[in-house]
Write a protein of this length. Sequence first.
Length: 239
Amino acid sequence: AAREAELERREQELKAREARLKEREKEVGGYHPPNFPPFKPLVYHDIQNDIPEAGRWLVKRLFMAWWLSTATYVINFCAAFGLLIAKAESGGGTFGLALVIMLVGTPVSFVFWYQPVYNGVKRDRSISFFLFFFNYGFHLAFSALLAIGIPGWGGAGVIYTLQQLGSNIGVGILCAIASTLLIFEVVYGLWQMKAVSGYYRSKGLTAQQAKEQAIQGVAASGIGRELAGAAIKTSFTGA
């Protein structure tokens, strides 16, 4: 009982110390209030002042890639709406998925591949680059799938374009624009993947560093601390 009480006391001291460190970070300028998106700020985003000059060009490119994906989702949704009105094959399913992709894909893209490269360049964190490569690669593969335009899969791509140009020229043109944007997004994205890979190697970052940072991140998380605390308690009670 005395050992458990001692452990509880140490845990409370650790939590209090972490709280003081967070407050100190805010005082020295480590905390910035959200400023993006402008109409409803949710995150802090400032490439000019937050990103080192050597990597600023890269982050700006990826920010453009995010805006490109957002615009592409919107155009794809408009084309899918046209398919719904034109009663195209599986038009309802394509429209529904295109709506979900536009509403969910935009914030997910920002969080899962843009922010990792932003933070990776900002802090030279290898694990952030690995997250970017994995998530952005999946994003480009998904965009390529949408570009094909398989009926009912959410993309107003090439197949829909060829079908509609012969029967409904207006919807066909919308599908052609969506297809072009999706294909361009994939090509532009592959170019950016190459640029990020070159920057990553130029900074001397390694996979081993990513592994160590991942372990440190788990250890510093709430779950990691709980597991460590449980392990300590077990060792004490078993002693």
